[in-house]
Design a protein around this ligand. Structure first.
Ligand code: ATP
Ligand code: MG
Length: 428
């Protein structure tokens, strides 16, 4: 992508309506703009990363055998009356009337609709187990939307729902999704911790939340310091994650905590995902059953599993930034390379940049080529702000010797190298 063809409305100054780093940086880097409270428009770089994250999540779920569907955003209220949640859900539920005076609501979550799909289309135990998922915009009329996309009213969620014939197999589906989440967050370049959680509005009696540890997190979480140790030695594996003591605030009981006080850590976390075992709460209420080998009616045993795709972007930035801007993990970076031409119009600068740009495109390495006539200072600041893992900086002095400057954004390390050597490093 050439910056001269792109739409990247950078803000030079910190916006004063943003109190956390991720919100500030997403506005400054031209990824999002607020339309109204808790509702955002996504600009090209924001869309780019939404798609990257969605695809990584999608790959992980497909590999685990889940099937993608797409449910509507608007739902008739009668399914929610049937499940008993219409009144229970409270003011976060946005409702409206159509021209025939029928009640509709904007989906905050989809247990009712997916159970309706199940009961109308799946009849036999032979069709189980099945896990369906979607990536769809949700609306929750949050009382205090804040921190940009981290607590929006409209937000993108991946929601998955499993259906099994009995509790044992439902717990297997739950465990498999836990493992899938562990792998997905790892492939997003993120360390997460899974804490025991309350199942709240959704229901059921077994639930865990995945948190990214960050001072700006809205939740307090408690866990065994063994987790920090495992992260430090890069030895965090699935077994450790499953077995370690970790609990959300409302589930942590200091009097009955198995971890000695000196090994217990309390930190702030951003909830990026949650898994629930639901049992037959929704299948019973909505009469969703299959017949077993003996022709008996069995209510499906369900699980549901969410990942906040748009919130994840905020969480990734909270965990990966400095005073100059974002530092994308390679796994999710909108652009792997920022190619900066410091003197557009200079023969050797232009030639070298065009050559590198072509080769990166051929190698399918995402590159943003700053071919604008902005000042050197503003180009370098923009490259740091938008946070591509690598910068290739081409100025007249080194260009005359057929050399470029290669900068690694995370450490700030710079070296003057040949074009070939820069290309081989960023393509590795
Ligand atoms: P929270 O406790 O933060 O309000 P929740 O537990 O109500 O979230 P879930 O029903 O578990 O949310 O939804 C699944 C995921 O969707 C959450 O783990 C979170 O990552 C994301 N999410 C929930 N609410 C929001 C929101 N208002 N804005 C952005 N993402 C959200
Ligand atoms: Mg939750």
């Amino acid at each position: 992508m050439r910056l001269s063809n792109y739409f990247l409305p950078i803000l030079k100054e910190n916006p004063n309506d943003a109190s956390v780093a991720s919100h500030r940086l997403m506005l400054r880097a031209g990824m999002i703009r607020q339309l109204t409270s808790g509702i955002y428009n996504w600009l090209p770089m924001g869309v780019n990363i939404l798609q990257k994250i969605s695809n990584i999540v999608r790959d992980g779920l497909n590999k685990a055998g889940c099937v993608e569907i797409l449910m509507s955003c608007l739902q008739p209220d009668d399914l929610w009356v049937e499940s008993g949640r219409f009144d229970a859900y409270g003011k976060e539920l946005l409702t409206m009337k159509d021209r025939h005076d029928r009640n509709l609501l904007f989906s905050p979550t989809n247990e009712e609709v997916v159970t309706d799909i199940f009961r109308k289309n799946i009849n036999s135990y032979k069709e189980l187990p099945v896990t369906m998922y979607q990536m769809q915009w949700k609306f929750r009329d949050e009382i205090r939307p804040r921190f940009g996309v981290m607590r929006g009213r409209e937000f993108l969620m991946k929601d998955a729902y499993s259906f099994d014939i009995d509790k044992e197999s439902a717990i297997k589906s739950y465990d498999k999704m836990f493992e899938t989440y562990f792998n997905i967050f790892k492939s997003l370049g993120l360390n997460t911790i899974a804490v025991r959680a309350d199942s709240g509005q959704i229901g059921g009696d077994l639930s865990q939340e995945f948190h990214v540890i960050a001072d700006t997190g809205e939740s307090t979480i408690y866990y065994d310091i063994a987790y920090d140790e495992a992260i430090k030695n890069s030895s965090l594996d699935l077994a450790t994650m499953r077995n370690i003591y970790a609990a959300a605030d409302e589930m942590h009981d200091p009097d009955n905590c198995p971890v000695p006080a000196e090994r217990l850590v309390a930190k702030r976390g951003i909830e990026v995902g949650q898994v629930f075992y639901l049992g037959d709460k929704y299948s019973k209420a909505l009469n969703a059953y299959v017949t077993n080998q003996n022709g008996e009616k069995i209510y499906a045993q369900m699980g549901c599993y969410g990942i906040g795709i748009s919130r994840l972007i905020g969480a990734i930035i909270e965990a990966n930034h400095d005073e100059k801007g974002i530092i994308w993990p390679v796994e999710v970076a909108p652009f792997i390379v920022s190619l900066v031409n410091l003197k557009v119009g200079d023969g050797s600068c232009d030639d070298i940049c065009e050559k590198i740009y072509l080769q990166l495109n051929n190698a399918k390495v995402d590159v943003l080529y700053d071919d604008t006539t902005n000042s050197v200072g503003s180009k370098l600041a923009t490259a740091d702000l938008i946070g591509s893992p690598w910068q290739i900086i081409v100025g007249p002095k080194s260009a005359a010797n057929n050399m470029v400057e290669l900068k690694f954004r995370r450490t700030g390390e710079k070296e003057i190298v040949s074009i070939e050597s820069a290309l081989s490093k960023v393509c590795a």
